[in-house]
Design a protein around this ligand. Sequence first.
Ligand code: AHM
Ligand code: MG
Length: 335
Amino acid sequence: MNKLTTLGQFLIERQKDFPYSKGELSRLLSAIRLAAKIVNREVNKAGLVDILGAIGSENIQGEEQQKLDVYADNQFMKSMELRGEVCGVASEEQDSFVVFDNDRSNNASYVIMIDPLDGSSNIDVNVTVGTIFSIYKRKTPVGKAVTLDDFLQPGTEQVAAGYVVYGSSTMIVFSTGKGVNGFTLDPSIGTFHLSHPDLKIPDNGKIYSINEGNYAHFEDGIKKYLKFCQEIDVPTNRPYTSRYIGSLVADFHRNLLKGGIYLYPGTTIKPDGKLRLLYECNPIAFLAEQAGGKATTGTQRILDIIPKELHQRVPFIVGNTTMVEKVEEFILANS
Ligand code: AHM
Ligand code: MG
């Protein structure tokens, strides 16, 4: 494959690598690709909302303007339903999962979980946001409507996961369990091109990303790790650099390319942290592992957690292996 390979070509050429290959997963990924392009268009004109009509008002065609996260949610839902490649979707934006209870969708093999617009509080200030997705093979027999059990699977069962990052350029980064590949959108022709083949997270990272405003509420292991990051030790590249955007996709994407660690640990007020296991942690953990990195709660591998509920939160630490293992050491020594 060369640098001009488009996402469409890539999916066709790699189809034989996909589990249970019948072309279904390729078609599902191409439905995501289409939704991503549509959401990208809206994200890029978010700043025009004041000019073109505020949220809640009607636009020129008499359609009500939607908040972008609701718009993104609707867009992904619609693409999934119309293409008929999934039997159900669970979204961070919705209380319960959605079953596409019709003949075609009930015969589909996959369920998908999405965070349609992660970091959406960053939209108003023109900062990068993302979409995260995670795909599983259904557990219940094909032909019937899906149930909650189809969604409550551990992350190890993911057949594919990825994200779209709407940044200074728009990219799709995903894995089907055979490494991680990144595709950059050429907006002039509306095509994603393979720009980052077989991504591996550099293991000599020196970036740490955490909301240090929560410092007073962190457990001792995390507090001591942060001090470790700030100490001077030239042979180990310390002090490390602190970078925190507050958009998981953007923070993870940077750390994936450069090496680094992202932490959203539990606090005394929120022992399970903030991030959602099914929509945020599992897909990002899957990508991290596929890129040679690691993801943990601090004491347990993220992908091994058996989910109990759709919107479950877990402490989340992800990045290059050496850095993640160092935090685990601090947590163990201070527990
Ligand atoms: P969201 O799904 O409501 O957008 O929240 C998730 C976001 C992540 O993208 C980000 O890393 C984190 O929340 C930031 O939280 P905080 O502002 O507490 O640091
Ligand atoms: Mg989110």
